[in-house]
Design a binder for this molecule. Structure first.
Ligand code: 6PG
Ligand code: NI
Length: 186
């Protein structure tokens, strides 16, 4: 159903949008097959299955020609050294998207099937995902990382593409900074 012109407020402390649409909570168990160390992943699932990230949405529907938004908050953490991240997806019909960093420190990993790109995200940074680039967000700091996403309502989410093709690189917490490692060789 279409919605009227409106203003939408984000409450940073509560992590809520008002008015709000659907909210999604992704726990460690929802990230099966994505971390390099599957035993460490299974141990984290067994040990409390922590919330890795949540996505609150505005009431704008995900239908063609609408322009929905959501705010994702990724908790800080690592699994066998690999920084906590979103599942990552490709938009099936290759539509572009923007992210605006609201708080914390993150990164935007993009992969077009051949090349990998990294955009450092600090408050005020707008990250642009051109059509055809799969995208994953990663918390590289020690506090929650939040960003606003704005995307075409008909974009859709293809998670199978990332399971099949990977993201080109993985991002690990190194002794002095980030370690980027090849996705396939780990
Ligand atoms: C989108 C955005 C964004 C994304 C979340 C969670 O297309 O809707 O890229 O809202 O869905 O950050 O990431 P995953 O969808 O990869 O779990
Ligand atoms: Ni997207």
């Amino acid at each position: 159903l279409p919605v009227p012109p409106m203003s939408i407020r984000f409450d940073q402390g509560a992590g809520t949008l008002s008015p709000e649409g659907p909210t999604l909570t992704r726990r460690m168990s929802d990230l099966e097959g994505l971390f390099r160390d599957s035993e460490a992943w299974a141990a984290a699932v067994a040990d409390g299955d922590p919330i890795v990230y949540s996505v609150v949405s505005s009431p704008v529907p995900e239908i063609d020609r609408e322009l929905p938004q959501s705010i994702t908050t990724i908790q800080p953490g690592t699994t066998a050294g690999e920084l906590w991240m979103t599942k990552g997806h490709q938009h099936p019909n290759h539509q572009g998207e923007i992210y605006l960093c609201i708080s914390g420190h993150g990164g935007l990993l993009m992969f077009d099937g051949t090349e990998t790109r990294w955009v450092d995200m600090t408050p005020g940074t707008i990250g642009y995902m051109p059509p055809g680039w799969a995208h994953r967000s990663i918390n590289v700091g020690d506090e929650p990382y939040s960003f606003l996403a704005v995307y075409p309502g008909g974009a859709g989410h293809d998670y199978g593409w990332v399971l099949e093709h990977g993201m080109g690189q993985r991002v690990l917490a190194g002794a002095d900074g980030l370690d980027f490692v090849n996705y396939v060789e780990g």
